[in-house]
Design a binder for this molecule. Structure first.
Ligand code: PXL
Length: 285
């Protein structure tokens, strides 16, 4: 069985970070090892959340794994809480990187033009250095603009998105994927750039009139799960974009849907259908 390690916080309530990565990647048939970087009562969009930092556990955990000879098909990081945690992730990439595995960084730290409450622009620049050490990065437009000193725009054209992708690529990763890219009215999607092949790829779908927390984590978890299942980055992007959009649609239609996250759970069967469809297409081509 393939095995991923994902490193991010546990927000005990909040439908983000590890509480979405673990079920989604496991459901995709991939063993999911975790390193919780902190335990929070909720994600940071609630007021008065509690937080217990677990930074001091990271190195002992990875040292033990090294002794056990454990390896991973992907190392995937999400929300991180400090400069020190970013340094520890850079060290972890060096430890567990092989010729065949992948390092995926989701620089989860901002959305809608603003950094999350715990962060400042210096943190975003530090996160840019970690992105430079990844194979694949999956920021949204806000995160990309903070990391590359590019003006954040609500409305933009293809030239702006391509420029952002070029600047992300210059940080160092082979593949850069921007989420939340809508070039035509009423649409959104994701656009990626392969630096070695100098190739762009865009996937577009209908834009739903709602925005929820944790959807970036749902995108990056399902994307990483699809990659480790053998899909190309472009097919994995399509699967992740479709799944995330369906999670939003189902939540909008649910009168009991909560404000702090999406109903990703009930949409897992659809995610598996999308994955299977892509795997079949791959076999036939
Ligand atoms: O990526 C979303 C996320 C993850 N973890 C924590 C958060 C958030 C978004 O606000 O606060 C702790």
């Amino acid at each position: 069985m393939k095995r991923i390690v994902t490193v991010q916080d546990i927000s005990c309530v909040g439908k983000c970070s590890l509480t979405v990565a673990l079920p989604i990647i496991s459901a995709m048939g991939v063993e999911t090892a975790i390193i919780p970087t902190a335990v929070l009562s909720t994600h940071t969009m609630f007021s008065e959340f509690t937080c217990k930092d677990l930074t001091d556990q990271i190195r002992p955990i990875t040292k033990h794994w090294q002794k056990e000879g454990l390896g991973f098909d992907a190392v995937y990081t999400g929300y991180l809480g400090s400069f020190e945690q970013i340094d520890l992730m850079a060290e972890m990439f060096d430890t567990f990187r092989t010729q065949r595995n992948m390092v995926v960084v989701d620089p989860a730290m901002a959305d809608n033009g603003k950094l999350y409450p715990a962060f400042d622009p210096a943190f975003a620049k530090k996160m840019a250095t970690l992105c430079g050490k990844a194979d694949i990065i999956v920021p949204n437009i806000t995160e990309a603009s903070f990391m590359t000193d590019t003006e954040y725009r609500e409305t933009y054209d293809e030239a702006y998105v391509k420029e952002l992708l070029q600047r992300l690529a210059a940080l160092g990763s082979r593949i850069s994927i921007l989420t939340g890219v809508g070039l035509e009215p009423g649409t959104t999607g994701a656009m990626g750039y392969d630096r070695e092949k100098e190739e762009y790829f865009r996937y577009t779908h209908k834009r739903l009139p709602a925005s929820y927390h944790g959807t970036g984590d749902i995108f990056s978890s399902s994307f990483t799960g699809a990659l480790v299942n053998g899909l190309s980055w472009k097919d994995a992007l399509e699967v992740a974009a479709e799944y995330t959009a369906e999670c939003i649609r189902v939540t909008m239609e649910d009168p009991e849907g909560c404000w702090y996250g999406v109903n990703f759970e009930t949409v897992i069967p659809y995610l598996l259908t999308l994955l299977e469809r892509k795997r079949e297409e791959r076999k036939q081509s």
